[in-house]
Structure formats: structure tokens, C-alpha cells
Design a protein around this ligand. Sequence first.
Ligand code: ZN
Ligand code: ZN
Length: 347
Amino acid sequence: MSGFDMKNDTHRRYNPLTGEWMLVSPHRGKRPWQGQQETPVSLNLPEYDETCYLCPGNSRAGGVQNPKYNGPFVFTNDFSAITPNISDGAVDDGLFQAKSEKGICRVICFSPYHNKTVPQLSSDEMFAVAKVWQREYVELGSKEFINHIQIFENKGAAMGCSNPHPHCQIWAQQSIPEIVSKENFRQKTYFEQHTKPLLQEYVEQELQRNERVIAENDSFVALVPFWATWPFEVMVLPKISKPSIAALNDVELRNFSDMYRIVTCKYDNLFKTSFPYSAGVHQAPTDGGNYDYWTMHMHFYPPLFRSATVKKFMVGYEMMAEPQRDITAEQGAAILKDLSAEHYLHK
Ligand SMILES: [Zn+2]
Ligand SMILES: [Zn+2]
């Protein structure tokens, strides 16, 4: 006989995508919610900034001049973390193992506007960005030495973003990185046991339970995953499993980019601020293998907790032991679900 209640009792939750557990302490999140009392923040950035190295027509740090672009603008990062032209090599000396790593890093400016973040872009403007992701995934992925493609956005100084001009990045590389490798293993194992993609089953159950879904359209669902660690962590999943963005038709691709806008709009509306986050798309590797078991998805990891200035820190216990959260995933979802998908500055 158990009176265990996830709403009140401290418990651990399992993340089937990584095989890891995390700690939830709901009683610590029971203080009254004050999120709606923020004073609206307007950043007042100009549409064009002559000192910005990403604005159209300006010179970048490496001396290259940007074209006067009027849609999304892609270029190879002048300071790429991974580059294609290094010699292959390895160290294999007992406990000391190392391997050379090749890759290509790109930067994508969402639009020519210095002051328009994702939630402030139109559906058409964001769809144009998604078309670039699709093209880059296919083109980079077809290269022999590229086996994984990570698309991600770091937004806001709180997340270490060094340039306010809204942009995202692509790091395409030879190896399948650690986090993706874990998720790959779990999805493969689940598929072998159930002959159904793990995240297909998950999204169906979440839609049925309807406790953590915050938005949906014809092709995609945004939800706070059961195992979320950040207070307002969100995952975007396709309703019908697709291994990558390359498998989406234009309608599905637009529904995907719309969901990106809707989630970030809700984020901005939460504390009436330009909400910082790290977000990224996980997709099937591009090494030519069979990835029928893979479901593409997007993670949003935002650091803010109780206001535009109060951050959740993953320190102490989180660094030493495992992630921990105060409000439950269901409480986070209820707050996000209620927020408008129309930006507070557009009203
Ligand atoms: Zn700019
Ligand atoms: Zn993932």
C-alpha cells in the first residue's frame, strides 16, 4: 500500500532517451507563482547595427564582407571549432586515447534584421530558415567524412551567446557525439524490442495523457518531457516519426518551424523578456546506416526559473550527482500551455 504522489513527494524520474535518472522535489516549488508580474522588457535594438559583424554588408572579424542578404544567410564559421583539413591520426596508449576529428561549422543568420529573434519572425521568414537547415543537412550529410549534423541556437548572453544578431549554428562532424550516441542506443534498443520507434510511442502516450503538452499543430507537438530537468525545458516531436528534417515535406517543415516560433514566443511571454535558451535538433546520423528507428526532435533548455533575472543553476548537487528540479514537469507545462502564442511586443 503506497500513498506515493508525484505532485507532492520527492521522487526520481527516468529518461528513456538517455537511460539516466533525475531528481524532482515538488514541495520546493510550492511557493506562490509570481511569473506574471514582470515589467515588460524591450531591448530597443536597431534593425541594422553598423558594428555587428553579422549584419548585411558589414565586414566580419576575419575581414570577409557579408553580402547584402535579404533572407537567411549561411556562411562557414570564420573561427570553426572543427575543420575539414587536418591530418588523420590517433593516440592509442592504454589509458590515454585520442583521435583526430574533422568537420565543418556553419553560421546561419535567421534574417537580415539585427533585432528580430525567432519568436518575432513571420511564419514565412522562419520557414526559409528551416529550408536552409534541410538543404545543409542533406549537403553536409552527403560528404564522406560527415556522419553527424548538429543544428543549434544559443540565445542570450545568459547562454554565452556572443552576438545579439539572431543566428544559429551547424556543427557537422566525423563522429556521433556523446549525447546523440546515448539517444541513438536507446532508440535502437527500444525498436528492436517493440518494433516501433521509442519517440513515436512516447508522443502518442503524451497526446493521450495531455498533462504535459503545451502546443500542437498537424505534424508536431511541443511538450515538457516527463523527465525534464530545466524548469521550462521543452521538446518538439513529430506526430508521425521521421528520422530527420530531410524526410519532411514542405507542409511538415513549415509546421516544424512554426512550432519553434510558438515555443519561443511562449518563452518570451512568460517573463515579458527576450528569453534565453539553448535549443537544438537531434536527427539520425548521416553515415549511411539504416535509421528507421530514429525520430528527429528538438530540445529547448532555458535557464530562467522565477523571473527574467532568476536563473536555475545546474551546480553543486547537479554537478556532483544528478540533475534536480523543484516544480514538476506538469507544473511547468501548465504555465507554458496557458501563455499566448502571440508575442507580447506585437500586441
Ligand atoms: Zn546584426
Ligand atoms: Zn535528443
